[in-house]
Ligand binder design. Structure first.
Ligand code: GTP
Ligand code: SPV
Ligand code: MN
Length: 648
């Protein structure tokens, strides 16, 4: 391999040289990150049938990709945390011995880039030069990954320059696992077609990421879940900070007081929507800092300061509409890559619940024709003239349920530019966080909003989080409630019990624990017996955010209950309760109550999840040593306290 000036950093050279020898690509391109190069790669993909160029008048510099049917979401069953000891990966992660895993994966990587270009992507997670920012080098044979990484992270020459001769970075290797024979024509979405041939592997001790066989989102854009959550959560534990599956937003009250909130909701449970929400409450202003990942560091004053390590939004398309999330739609106006949505005859895109009438005819996410529904202009079916009922019964959707847009953050009309650039009062500290929200999709039991009584109680709430499984993961359990502690279940880079302990440590080690954010649990997804949502959600969620701000200021009282502090109904501001969706006062009353029976079951389920974690720790032979990992006693204590309070 030739040592061009781009390889001034010896470690970068060594990483690329190693994989060049293993993967034997036809050529190597070090990504510069320039706009010209980005467009050239996109246009080359149009030429070979991997991208469809959208109408440049209505969607300038936008492209559509259709994935292989096996490659539509994250694959949790093929995601591994390969720590040296199994106990360090913990009971929630798939594990394999690192040497074994490497030997296995090396077999797959051997010659895997034949006939392809090896791209080297230097990237930053966070604003380049910010003290919280970390760097990565992703090697990939997927141009789709290159252009998505260009949007989702800060890439290219500026990163290499910052790394200099000896800067540190997380080494990442990715291949779609589809070498080409001489003269063989490429397919629209190359990948390993069998799920068993895909690997998403993190080596937390060596701090490396190896990914094989998938081209999709969290499996392939290695800066995102693999680095910014799995590897970073381990870094954060070792170094005393936090890497979380959280949005970050700035909220300004009518009195012009600013608050910064983070919220951890599981995949496809409303982070992007809350991060860009247009408050229905008059006088309140919301701005976006991040929609998926937050890195939080304790400051000398005891507050937690957050940055968004990403540079774009990889958002769920279906359901995104001018009614529900206009700022997300506006973010997709230019320079956006769409994956697995519908193509319209005029070169635009469409998806279910976009709030836009379907075209007469289009091309669905599988590349097949689709047609407007006979009795609902907002639906599409696989055959002409189908009724809404027929389409519903067939289970057909024209845009995949986990279809996504990759949009540059700078397009977002309500971006908090300073906060996004990691600045607070001109300093590169990240923004101080006033409240942390946990949440999930819970059709029953969990109230609209519930305030933790202490930091430890808040950590308990996070550890107890559960949600209905969504299409963001390939699973046969979609719709069932599963425990998803802190919305991190698929993203822990180490043992879940250690992670709980780390959250508790944040209080013990804080310079001033009274300055830590207050913690809340929210649920926008309660359903009535008839299956409809009891809370309008979206812009109406500003009513809950206002209550949270008022609690922070000590302006309103709360019902102190066994499960936490709940709002008095009169304190949920119903100003401007108009429009398509409205708060129904009877429903509001119902979702602010403690459902004693439901909660007794809920707490038992949480206890069962703790028991399961601990049982797996006991089964591990190495765990019988003094290092056995257990759910912290402090959380068991809260569990016991809530259980007995409920029984009273
Ligand atoms: P990931 O990108 O997978 O991490 O998802 P996310 O947490 O950012 O979820 P997102 O905001 O994209 O929302 C996913 C789905 O939930 C979309 O279809 C939304 O329309 C829907 N949704 C979001 N917020 C609300 C809400 O307040 N109420 C209701 N009923 N649905 C919501
Ligand atoms: C999620 O599933 O939480 C996502 C999408 O944000 S992906 O990047 O594919 O993981
Ligand atoms: Mn996510």
């Amino acid at each position: 391999m030739v040592k061009t000036p781009k390889f001034a950093n010896e470690k970068v050279f060594a990483w690329v040289d190693k994989w060049n020898k293993v993967c034997t690509p036809d050529k190597i391109v070090v990504v510069s990150g320039s706009k010209k190069e980005h467009i050239a790669i996109c246009e080359a993909m149009v030429k070979n049938g991997q991208f469809i160029k959208l109408n440049p008048k209505t969607r300038p510099e936008c492209y559509l990709a259709r994935s292989h049917e096996s490659d539509v979401a994250r694959v949790e069953g093929r995601t591994f945390i390969c720590s040296k000891r199994e106990i360090d990966a913990g009971p929630t992660n798939h594990w394999m011995d690192p040497d074994q895993m490497k030997a296995l994966m090396l077999k797959s990587y051997k010659g895997c880039m034949k006939g392809r270009t090896m791209y080297v992507i230097p990237y930053a997670m966070g604003p380049i030069g910010n003290p919280i920012t970390q760097y990565g080098i992703e090697i990939t044979d997927s141009p789709y990954v290159v252009v998505n990484m260009n949007i989702m992270t800060r890439t290219g020459d500026a990163v290499l320059k910052h790394l200099g001769n000896d800067g540190e970075f997380i080494p990442c290797i990715h291949s779609v696992g589809a070498p080409l024979k001489k003269g063989q024509k490429d397919v629209a979405w190359p990948c390993a077609k069998n799920i068993e041939d895909k690997f998403i592997t993190q080596f937390p001790e060596e701090r490396q990421i190896w990914s094989f066989g998938s081209g999709y989102g969290g499996n392939a854009l290695l800066g995102k879940k693999c680095f910014a959550l799995r590897i970073a959560s381990k870094l954060a534990k070792d170094q005393g900070w936090m890497a979380e599956h959280m949005l970050i937003l700035t909220l300004t009250s009518p009195e012009r007081k600013q608050y910064h909130l983070t919220a951890a909701f599981p995949s496809a449970c409303g982070k992007t929507n809350l991060a860009m929400m247009q408050p229905k409450l008059p006088g309140w202003k919301l701005q976006t800092i991040g929609d998926d990942i937050a890195w939080l560091k304790p400051g000398d004053d005891g507050r937690l300061y957050a940055i968004n390590p990403e540079n774009g939004f990889f958002g769920v398309a279906p359901g995104t509409s001018m009614d529900s999330n206009p700022n997300a739609l506006k973010s997709c106006k230019k320079g956006t890559i769409f994956t697995n949505v519908v193509l319209t005859p005029d070169g635009d895109i469409w998806w279910e619940d976009m709030g836009v009438k379907a075209p007469k005819e289009g091309v669905d996410w599988k590349g097949n024709p689709c047609y407007v529904c006979a009795d609902d202009p907002y639906r599409m079916g696989p055959k002409p003239g189908m009724t809404k009922k027929e389409i519903k019964e067939s289970g057909y959707v024209a845009a995949h349920k986990n279809s996504r847009f990759t949009a540059p953050a700078e397009n977002c009309p309500v971006l908090d530019k300073a906060g996004f650039n990691g600045l607070w009062r001109g300093k590169p500290t990240g923004v101080p966080i006033d409240a942390i929200l946990f949440g999930g999709r819970r059709p029953s039991t969990i109230p609209l909003v519930n305030e933790a009584k202490s930091w430890t109680h808040g950590v308990f709430m996070g550890s107890a989080a559960g949600s209905e499984v969504t299409a963001a993961v390939i699973s046969d359990q979609i719709g069932q409630v599963r425990r998803d502690p802190m919305a991190m279940l698929p993203f822990f880079g180490y043992n879940v019990a250690d992670y709980f302990q780390h959250w508790l440590e944040m209080e013990r080690t804080s310079a001033d624990a009274t300055k830590l954010p207050k913690i809340y649990f929210v649920n926008w997804f309660r359903k009535g017996e008839d299956g409809r949502f009891m809370w309008p959600g979206f812009g109406d969620n500003s009513r809950v955010l206002k209550w949270i701000c008022q609690r922070i200021e000590g302006q309103v009282r709360a019902h102190v209950t066994p499960i936490g502090n709940l709002p008095l109904e009169k304190d949920i501001d119903l100003a401007n309760n108009e429009g398509k969706f409205k708060v129904v006062p009877e429903d509001l009353r119902a979702i602010l109550k403690v459902d004693k029976e439901g909660w007794t079951k809920e707490i038992a389920a949480v206890g069962a999840s703790y028991d399961e974690y601990d049982a797996k720790a006991s089964k591990d032979s190495k765990a019988r040593s003094a290092t056995a990992r257990r759910v912290p006693k402090a959380l068991r204590q809260v569990l016991a306290d809530v259980t007995s309070a409920l029984a009273r």
